[in-house]
Design a protein. Structure first.
Length: 255
């Protein structure tokens, strides 16, 4: 968060100078087991975008969710924030609060969840995240049902290594500004998920994923001991991490 503070400041200043309204957009989203929480983003649309949804509803190209190409409610700065996913950075606060994780199904708004079919509700069994398999398939290109199936495939094949791989594959797409268009391929347990262009996940990524996993463990333990936690609290934290790492349902196993 400290390293990203200059980016926070620049984004907040640009939003404040170019369009009236709050810098941070707040919205109620559904998290683990459908529990609601306050979701944060840098505001990329006009301040009354939700009230004006009916004006652009006819342009929506998705089922249930709202995804409008070249949405007229976007501000000039907002278009760039979205292109490089800078608008998502405040969700790190949600991660620190435990509402979200770095990787997982995207949190949906309650009105969308209310329209889920029974099999689609299973995606609520895992804590939502900033990125997931749908992001590797071009988030604006995936239709709603494929999006849901990708989330369930992620849940069924979950591992700490898979999370590390997804993060490694997401970073270059975000930095290049092509996160909404990129289509890739990720092998899991002998199967492959693919759409559009096909990019294989090489052995070098597997090695990097293991390194990232090890770093995550060390950072986690460092935070525990640096915070002055007691031995008991430290042991509980380690057990919590291990339960998360080896449960195919993520945090759900602990609730």
């Amino acid at each position: 968060m400290i390293l990203l503070s200059p980016l926070f400041l620049i984004a907040a200043t640009l939003i404040n100078l170019t369009s009236p309204g709050p810098v941070i957009f707040r919205q109620t989203r559904c998290g683990l087991s459908g529990r609601t929480f306050t979701f944060y983003k840098f505001r990329s649309m006009v301040a009354d975008a939700e009230q004006r949804l009916h004006e652009v509803a006819h342009l929506n190209q998705k089922e249930i969710v709202t995804k409008i190409p070249n949405d007229p409610r976007l501000t000039p700065v907002g278009k760039w924030l979205r292109r490089f996913s800078i608008d998502e950075i405040p969700q790190l606060v949600n991660v620190l609060r435990g509402d979200m994780s770095l990787v997982g199904p995207r949190p949906a708004i309650p009105s969308e969840v209310a329209q889920y079919k029974l099999w689609q509700r299973r995606r609520l069994r895992m804590r939502p995240g900033l990125t997931c398999l749908w992001a590797l398939h071009g988030r604006d290109k995936v239709d709603f049902e494929s999006w849901m199936r990708l989330d369930l495939q992620y849940i069924d094949n979950w591992s700490l290594g898979l999370d590390a791989r997804i993060i490694l594959m997401t970073i270059p797409q975000v930095l290049s500004g092509r996160a909404s268009e990129f289509s890739g391929r990720l092998k899991m347990q002998g199967t492959a998920v693919q759409t559009g262009e096909s990019k294989t996940f090489s052995a070098s990524y597997d090695s990097m994923a293991k390194i990232v996993s090890a770093i995550v463990v060390l950072l986690f333990l460092g935070i525990v001991f640096a915070s002055g936690s007691t031995i008991v609290a430290g042991v509980e934290a380690v057990l919590l991490f291990l339960a998360y790492a080896y449960s195919p349902r993520g945090y759900t196993a602990l609730d």
